[in-house]
Design a protein around this ligand. Sequence first.
Ligand code: SF4
Length: 368
Amino acid sequence: MRVSFPYMGSTIVYGKLLELLGHQVVMPEPPTRKTVDLGVKYSPEFACFPFKVIMGTYLETLERGVELFVTTGGQGPCRAGFYGELHKKIIQNMGYDVDFIVLDPPWRDYEKFFRQILTLKGDNSWFKVAEVIHTVYKMCKSVDIIEKLITTVRAYAGDRAALNRSWRDILTAYSQIETARDVARVEEEALRVIEKYDIKLPPQEKRIRIGIVGEIYVVMEPSINGNIEEILNSLGAETERSLYLSTYIDETIFPWIGRKEKKKLIKKASGYIDLNIGGHARLSVGQIVDFKDRGFDGVIHLKPFACLPELISESMLEKLSADLDMPILSLSIDEQTAEANIMTRLDAFVDFIKYGKAYSKERVSLSV
Ligand code: SF4
């Protein structure tokens, strides 16, 4: 069966999971202008932006003979829970003969979840399934570790283009792994490659560290958020996101692993958002406080147009910025967003942080 999935973040991980389970994987391409236009054309006007992009990706991938899409549902009061069903209805109404597996958290409906897992399991033994999950989970963690390292050191790299090429080669190496041992080998090689660039981090007070929070799709998908991390790195700022694929997996599929971190963030968000209002809004607010506690210099909040949960967290930003004495920039992303617009605002934001740091140092030395 030819299987595919939505494009979001580290897609090589989803592809590897299905491939190791013996499915014929049709890898989706990174979303382009054409993908967005296609998605916008066939989506309800007021659907949130990620819905439209995913719709465009499905339609492009369908041209390559996909028979089954595997995707995840949503939890909590937000529209992500309807995505799968609505995509399926629209696509089937367009005349495509394609099936969907929408994986919701198992506790919603154990029987349905088990049936879906059986379809994905195919003829594999349960032992093989456990082995594949172990390998892919390790791969996911490892890719995230290396990506965090890249978005730190790239801010100081002399030859950023070469480092980007090496990062692409590392991802290709990850996409060829077969076992957990391969993951460890690729990670070691990746660390060796990065070390060869001999990038020295400046002293702590000279580093500019920016956290990125917000809705999962726009935070994790560079082709949609205007490649925000690469731009910030090119402006001399390190970046770290609130969400990586492994964070999301720990939070939804293995909640006992991510429980401690989630509880910590909910506690940090208290007083600003005390209810689960859907998406990652409450956690975004907790993450902003956490970034401040960890000594970050600023935060960028990303919100897809028409995202209700992030609209609520956005309304807290002014107060958060004043309470924490930290600059926060909020960007709304939709089909009209141009990279030049994002670039200009990021440039101004990083300058603002740089001057703020220089000025506060001057103030300290004057008062001494
Ligand atoms: S979090 Fe926001 S953008 Fe994502 S599905 Fe929910 S409402 Fe839409």
